[in-house]
Design a protein around this ligand. Structure first.
Ligand SMILES: N[C@@H](CCC(=O)N[C@@H](CS)C(=O)NCC(=O)O)C(=O)O
Length: 214
């Protein structure tokens, strides 16, 4: 299959969509993009629910119509279907180490920012969790999310004091999730602190890669 036979349903402002767009750009893959207007609620339309019943972006649709949702699953498909420039590792050891750091970045960083932003923003009232079910916001969670994200950034700084990239010597999917998390954290008024020298230097490196604007 060639990349132009795929379709990526995404939203330009969605951090989860950005994780996949950066992944594609790093691999040099050009996949047709279809924008889903989250502001207008297009994710809830019958047409989009037929593609992704979870009502979230991104979704990757293959040539035979198979729809793959969930960012790590989309990354897995892309890295296996287009193995040149692997971002999830080429050896069993690299695959294990990268999966570990990418998962930590997602669970401890990205998900913490998401929890804070979704429980804070007035426009997301009753939509504290993305998906098919409505959930009321819990404002008290925002404070805890801020603490979690601050701890994540400090842990990231500690790790990057020992290695140039999150999973070791090479840029990987773990750096993509961490980069998107750091940028997304602005939604909680959090950014890299001056004393986080290693994190600051890593951030300057990864955010100056051409893929960062994808
Ligand atoms: N676990 C999903 C999360 C996807 C997700 O939360 N997407 C957000 C945009 S970043 C969304 O579609 N939100 C729609 C909504 O809030 O209704 C994944 O990995 O793809």
């Amino acid at each position: 299959m060639t990349p132009d036979a795929l379709k990526l349903y995404h939203s330009p402002a969605s951090p989860n969509s950005r994780r996949v767009r950066i992944f594609l750009a790093e691999k040099g893959l050009i996949v047709p993009l279809v924008a889903v207007d989250l502001g207008k609620g297009e994710q809830h339309s019958e047409a989009y629910r037929a593609i992704n019943p979870r009502r979230v972006v991104p979704t990757l649709v293959l040539e035979d119509g198979t729809a793959i949702g969930e960012v790590p699953a989309i990354m897995r498909y892309l890295d296996e279907a287009f193995p040149e420039k692997p971002l999830l590792g080429a050896t069993p050891k690299d695959k294990g180490v990268i999966a570990m750091w990418e998962r930590r970045a997602e669970l401890e960083g990205f998900a913490a920012v998401m929890e804070g932003v979704r429980n804070k923003m007035a426009g997301l009232k009753s939509r504290a969790i993305a998906g098919p079910h409505d959930y009321e916001q819990i404002p008290a969670l925002v404070e805890r999310s801020v603490l979690r994200v601050k701890n994540f950034l400090a842990d990231l700084n500690e790790r990057l004091g020992h290695v140039p990239f999150l999973a070791g010597e090479h840029f990987s999917a773990a750096d993509i999730t961490a980069l998107v998390t750091v940028d997304f954290a602005r939604g909680l008024a959090l950014s890299v602190l001056a004393e986080h020298a290693a994190l600051k230097s890593w951030y300057a490196t990864v955010s100056s890669r051409p893929s960062a604007t994808a």
